[in-house]
Design a protein around this ligand. Structure first.
Ligand code: ATP
Length: 259
């Protein structure tokens, strides 16, 4: 760990015990750091433990071995430093979009005089400035996911955890959200851990692609993606991009992608 390290995952293991007493070790010896402001994509076969890893980093799932440190401190102390976005936006239908964004501050009792302005500023950042008073049922899937991203960012988290955030969107919306999240991340200045089933999405977005594999799950590859930023469409058709996709595929153990 150095002064730029946002998060350290130190030799983490997670086991579950079934009702009949069997132990299922899902993760073992998971060890990696994320630098402040880095975008790290996580890929791996289904059931390899990617969601379990994100939950453990967020503190929702206790590690049975090792530890997770956020800026050098145990996660329990720094839980407000983390924002989460899931595949489903899970917005409360009786609250308008602005009130949904403000929700984490109300839960934590940290809503202050500037909160509303901050929430409005985030909605404007994701292109929803005119939708603050609208309700989730009035928005498209991509717009709902942008509100969920604002809700995750409203506490100025050090780390944004995203678990297949665009998995439920149609291909064209997903494509535009890929551009959006790149812009949002650069503006927000936080670190991102981004789980996806799409290898090309992982490569296109990531500073690194971390591959989880094996039984129990561990990190089988950690590949630095040395493509220029900001990334645009032409990078997806470059030889370098194709090379990275092929390298990630070889570590996952598939030849035709995983979704
Ligand atoms: N609370 C739990 N209790 C028992 N087993 C669990 C629990 N949570 C996850 N598991 C098991 O851990 C393994 C990894 O699950 P996880 O959801 O982390 O995988 P994943 O890589 O995210 O999968 P996918 O790509 O399909 O979403 C699975 O076998 C799952 O059944």
């Amino acid at each position: 760990m150095n002064s730029h390290t946002a998060i350290s995952v130190n030799n983490v293991g997670v086991s579950f015990r079934s009702r009949d007493g069997d132990t299922n070790t899902v993760l073992q010896g998971v060890d990696f750091d994320v630098e402040h402001g880095q975008f790290v994509s996580i890929v791996g076969q289904s059931s390899s433990g990617k969601t379990t890893l994100l939950k453990t980093i967020s503190g929702l799932q206790p590690a049975t071995a090792g530890e997770v440190l956020i800026k050098g401190a145990p996660i329990a102390a720094g839980v407000t430093e983390i924002g989460m976005v899931f595949q489903s936006p899970v917005l409360l239908p009786w609250r308008n979009n602005l009130a949904n964004v403000l929700l984490p501050l109300e839960f934590r009792g940290t809503r202050d005089a500037n909160a509303k302005a901050k929430a409005k500023q985030l909605l404007a950042m994701v292109g929803l400035e005119g939708k603050a008073k609208r309700y989730s049922y009035e928005l498209s899937g991509g717009m709902q996911q942008r509100v969920a991203i604002c809700r995750a960012l409203v506490s100025n988290p050090e780390l944004l955890l995203m678990d297949e955030p665009f998995g439920a969107l149609d291909a064209m919306t997903r494509d535009s959200m890929n551009f959006e999240i790149q812009r949002i991340w650069r503006q927000a200045g936080c670190s991102v851990l981004f789980v996806t089933h799409s290898i090309s999405e992982a490569v296109w977005l990531g500073d690194r692609v971390v591959v989880v594999g094996g039984r129990p799950g561990h990190i089988v590859a950690d590949i630095t993606i040395d493509l220029p930023r900001p990334r645009d469409k032409e990078h997806r058709y470059s030889t370098e991009f194709a090379g990275y996709v092929s390298e990630v595929e070889s570590h996952i153990g598939v030849t035709a992608g995983i979704s």
